[in-house]
Write a protein that binds this ligand. Structure first.
Ligand SMILES: [Zn+2]
Ligand SMILES: [Zn+2]
Length: 340
């Protein structure tokens, strides 16, 4: 089978490799749609740790090709499925306490195990989810990000408040915006740097947008809401935005940070911690949000397919990554389609 692999940072190779051998708890999945995520780009660039060489990719949908043992997990060959991007060992203290996300022996697709940018991927059956009949493979590819948004959303204390600012209209930021609007937040600001993504944020319910290239987001947001906003979502992964995120929070406000920061914050004024008594959460992965993510997809609560802007065959994975990194491309959700 063909796979998109990284041996050394900065270079993607399309290679012919043998299909992975299956253990009795493994499911072999024929991969139809893969969404390129910032984490994959981090592995490719070398700033997200990974065991190289590795096959990239961790967000996908597909159909079951083979089960490691008969009727494993109640699945059948041909079932349309998606999967979590990783899973814990299931045995250590953290896993036993339901915190497999922090398991030291965690398997992460596309990082510590071969990922889904291949014709076939091997996944532990505990990580596999059958797609409901009305959820297409096109929608199913974004399951992990919906779950990540749900996990982050659940951290926000209720009542949600009236105002929210989302920094970063990427795939996750736009899903989070939709989730917050669906939950009833009336006022939502989206901060970004690409007009095309900000326009999309408006169609998903943003009441204000700020292009950080032309306007200072802090000034703009505090102009509209002089006391700040109730909830701030950091979904840029850009450390230089962090100060703005903190500065636009209302007293007793909440900040949820999704970004994987690759750089340091060069200057940071932490005085808001005293003056505003905010609550700041980090949010990693989708654990605790997978079931709800499937329900949200099933109930068609989110616009998933309108976010797809580009598609590439597996052979052109490198082109897909280049498109992801090129800020002049009007790209949002970029799919690679190993099997059509
Ligand atoms: Zn991801
Ligand atoms: Zn574990």
């Amino acid at each position: 089978m063909k796979a998109a692999r990284v041996h050394e940072p900065g270079r993607i190779m399309i290679e012919e490799v043998s299909a992975p051998p299956l253990g009795e708890k493994d499911v072999l999945i024929k991969v139809h749609r893969v969404g390129i995520c910032g984490t994959d780009v981090g592995v490719y660039r070398g700033h997200v740790p990974a065991k190289l060489p590795v096959t990239l990719g961790h967000e996908f949908s597909g159909t079951i090709a083979r089960l490691g043992s008969p009727s494993l997990g109640g699945f059948r060959e041909g079932d349309p499925v998606t999967a979590c991007g990783g899973w814990g060992c299931g045995n250590c203290e953290l896993c036993q306490k339901g915190m497999g996300l922090f398991c030291k022996h965690r398997v992460s697709l596309g990082r510590t195990a071969d990922g889904c940018l291949a014709e076939l991927v091997k996944v532990d059956y505990r990580a596999v989810y059958r797609l409901p009949p009305n959820v297409s493979l096109e929608e199913g590819q974004n399951f992990v990000n919906v779950a990540c948004a749900v996990r982050g959303f659940k951290k926000i204390p209720l009542p949600l408040g009236n105002t929210v600012a989302v920094f970063g209209p990427g795939n996750l930021g736009l899903i989070m915006l939709q989730l917050l609007k669906f939950a009833g937040t009336p006022q939502a600001v989206m901060v970004g740097t690409r007009d095309f993504r900000l326009e999309m944020a408006k169609t998903f319910g943003a009441t204000h947008v700020v292009n950080g290239k032309r306007e200072d987001p802090t000034k703009a947001i505090l102009g509209w809401y002089p006391d700040g906003v109730d909830v701030v979502i950091e979904a840029t992964g850009n450390a230089s935005c962090f100060q703005s995120c903190c500065d636009v929070m209302k007293a007793k406000g909440t900040l949820v940070s999704f970004g994987i920061f690759a750089e340091k914050v060069k200057q940071f004024d932490p005085s808001f911690l005293y003056y505003k008594e905010p609550v700041i959460y980090g949010s990693k992965g989708g654990e605790g949000g997978f079931e709800e993510a499937l329900h949200l997809l099933e109930e068609k609560r989110l616009n998933i397919t309108p976010m797809i802007t580009h598609r590439f065959p597996l052979e052109e994975t490198a082109k897909g990554f280049k498109t992801f990194e090129d800020k002049n491309e009007n790209s949002l959700r970029i799919l690679v389609e190993p099997c059509r």
